[in-house]
Design a protein around this ligand. Structure first.
Ligand code: ADP
Ligand code: ZN
Length: 523
């Protein structure tokens, strides 16, 4: 490539963006696109994907068209660019016809460096784009095109046609989340199989990953905040709006500066809370996953999950909001039996066809395997993204290696109980089955005659918590199945192997309940 472009690119990096060097693969990617080539870019959140298409858009003649699903962020991105003196605009459904006409006029007059477009606007805007000079197409959040991914958007499928309609315009697809399977799908669906792929390291060495069994989640969270991150900024993710509200109220009552954020709050409240989180020190944002996309706050010291994320991609993206400044940060997750039951039920009851549900189920399995692993969490996380690494020394399993134990006998006791109940055409959730094993003489037990089962009281050697841990791990390993609204336990092919003595059940020994510790601490 011409050195003239190289120096032009560096000049833009410094003059417009105020940086003096590229990071990682940025220089190679930008050179590739400036030269008119396609690229598929896999870079973790915070890695610096935006510059990879912003600079070529500025340097190449015409307007760079950025397809992004995050309408809510377009305005912020455009404003940030305008402040740098870049001529940027967006087109989406939130605008009035007048506003849209003004943007279209600017585009046709060649007065825009960048135009952000929601994918659903593309069919409407195609005629307009035909008449404009286009520098490149950037496809942001490219994993949205993958049906096996965790964030599929049907509108993305048509992006495969960009190349046919505008064969001479280079395309750059970017994503922060892609397993090798998703990568292949992205490349195929977008017609980028020939394009060079730029894969950055997904490791975030300054983030300490910890996953703890859920006991008293709020108390565990409070210990994490007060003992390890007092007065520091953090994000607490909860699954439902309701639990967001309750957690924020509870934290506030404990003297923590906590604010709620979820899609059910009115726009003004959301904007205020977000602005306070960004500007003030030490705010703990309690939020659903609606919060965080595009939030660029460098000093988030911890990300806590009170509920199980639906996929490793989601977990990685959410925890990735911690420690963008490179300083030590914590990713902490509490999860319990109920989470597994609830997530399975959500998949079962959710929308989508059988294939979709199977994909969701596989995502959950991978997430559960990460939770139950007895080896390095980071190693497993990175392997999921196709990256091999050594044990990290900065995750809970490295710092305090869990023991594994042979849980085949208790597993068989539990499964036999389910078999016995099944012979009576009955099924129950974990609570009652554990009561049977532990020989609890409750009225319900006698009423049903369960105290006469041959497995009644054969599990008194283990406590309630231990049994719940066994059920949870067996669910995670698919040695048990939780069905229906009440989380009734059922058998799988795997359970039958265990019952026949053909399979050993290796379980992770739960760490002792240690006073005062929310898991391993940095000190
Ligand atoms: P991503 O989209 O991959 O999550 P961004 O493009 O938002 O990441 O970049 C993350 C942060 O890193 C931003 O604050 C950005 O300004 C900064 N950044 C990107 N490239 C560079 C660079 N070459 N030098 C310094 N900072 C950079
Ligand atoms: Zn590790």
């Amino acid at each position: 490539m011409a050195t003239a472009t190289d120096s032009r690119v560096l000049e833009v990096l410094g003059r417009v963006f105020g940086y003096d060097a590229f990071r990682g693969d940025q220089a190679d990617i930008i050179r590739q696109v400036c030269d008119g080539g396609d690229a598929l870019v896999l870079m973790p959140t915070g890695g610096g994907k935006s510059l990879c298409y912003q600079i070529p858009s500025i340097v190449r003649p015409g307007t760079g068209v950025v397809v992004s699903p995050l309408i809510a962020l377009m305005q912020d991105q455009v404003e940030a660019l305008e402040q740098l003196g870049v001529r940027a605009a967006f087109l989406n459904s939130t605008q009035s016809p007048d506003e849209r006409r003004a943007v279209e006029g600017a585009l046709l007059a060649g007065e825009l460096d960048l135009l952000y477009l929601a994918p659903e606007r593309l069919p409407v805007a195609a005629g307009l784009l035909d008449r404009a000079e286009i520098a490149l197409f950037a496809i942001d959040e490219a994993h949205c095109v993958a049906q096996w991914g965790h964030d599929f958007r049907p509108d993305y499928l048509q992006l495969g046609l960009l190349h046919e309609r505008w064969p001479d315009v280079p395309r750059i697809a970017l994503t922060a989340t892609a397993t090798s399977q998703t990568r292949v799908e992205i490349a195929e669906r977008l017609g980028l199989t020939e394009a060079p792929m730029f894969v950055s390291s997904f490791d975030r060495p300054n983030i300490q990953y910890r996953i703890a069994p859920k006991q008293d989640a709020k108390a565990q969270l409070l210990r994490l905040i007060t003992q390890e991150h007092p007065g520091e900024a953090g994000i607490v993710y909860c699954l439902s709006r309701n639990s967001v509200e309750r957690t924020a109220e509870w934290l506030t009552a404990q003297g923590i500066a906590a604010l709620p954020y979820h899609a059910g709050l009115d726009a003004a409240t959301r904007a205020t809370n977000q602005a306070r989180f960004l500007r003030e020190d030490g705010i703990v944002m309690t939020a659903t996953i609606a919060f965080g996309m595009g939030i660029d706050k460098p000093d988030v010291r911890f990300v806590a999950h009170l509920d199980l994320p639906k996929s490793i991609e989601g977990y990685y993206q959410e925890t990735g909001r911690a420690g963008r400044d490179g300083l030590p940060s914590t990713a902490w997750l509490a999860y319990g039996l109920q989470d597994v039951v609830q997530q399975r039920r959500m998949i079962e009851d959710g929308e989508g066809d059988a294939q979709r549900k199977r994909a969701q189920s596989m995502h959950l399995d991978a997430m559960l395997a990460l939770c139950e692993t007895i080896t390095c969490r980071r190693q497993q996380l990175l392997r999921y993204f196709g990256q091999e690494s050594e044990p990290c020394g900065n995750c809970d399993t490295c710092l305090e290696p869990p023991e594994s134990w042979d849980g085949t006998v208790p597993a068989q006791k539990l499964l036999s109980t389910i078999v016995r109940l099944g012979q009576r055409r009955q099924s129950f959730g974990a609570g009652h089955i554990i009561d049977i094993l532990r020989g609890k003489e409750t009225p319900r037990m006698q009423q049903r005659g369960h105290d006469e089962l041959s497995t009644f009281g054969i599990g008194t050697d283990l406590g309630d918590t231990e049994w719940r841990g066994i059920v949870r791990q067996m669910l995670a390993q698919r040695l048990l199945e939780s069905v229906g609204e009440y989380g009734v336990l059922g058998l799988t092919d795997g359970s039958r192997e265990v019952l026949r003595g053909e399979r050993t059940v290796l379980l992770r020994r739960e760490p002792e309940r240690r006073a005062g510790a929310a898991g391993v601490s940095r000190r």
